[in-house]
Design a protein. Sequence first.
Length: 201
Amino acid sequence: MTRSSDLISNVQAALGKPGAASSDFDLNPDTVLPADRQLRQAAVLILLSGEAGQERVTLTKRASGLKHHPGQIAFPGGKLDDTDPDLASAALREAEEEIGMPPDAATIIGALPCHETVTGFRVTPFIAWQHTAFTPRSEVGEVAEVFTVPFVHVLNPANFSIEGRRWRGATRRYYTVPYGPYYIWGATARMLRALADRVTT
């Protein structure tokens, strides 16, 4: 698999730009969050792959029976376990469990600032380059589907929109970046938007 040097360089430069942490509440400025709230640490992998000019991002569709975010589109990833030496290791471990990616099949090239979710997680999004091909394998009971979307699609701010729905008695606004049959929204879309804003400005 050919590494796209220009893409990696552009992404690394973008990750080096100053920027604040993101949140599921960014589009809802009236939300008041408790200052003493306890957030659980988690990490996800924004996994890039493909030939130069045709790079893609790997995403998953979560199983419908899960407690958190059933049926939603997500990055491979999950909470930090006691056995994980660091958050990057957690992201790679979860990617192996959820999509069958060997940890040595990708190289982490950087991270975005943390993202706070409505479910009480502080998520660190790691960007990684997949340099070795593998056959994706969905984790039974956790992942319904593994798929990819063009990186150029989620790097274009024009492909994002803002929508809203009622949640806990109030209207919650959030980003979406649909692609084909996949409705990418919420935390996943917000983290992609944060990356797009850095790369395109």
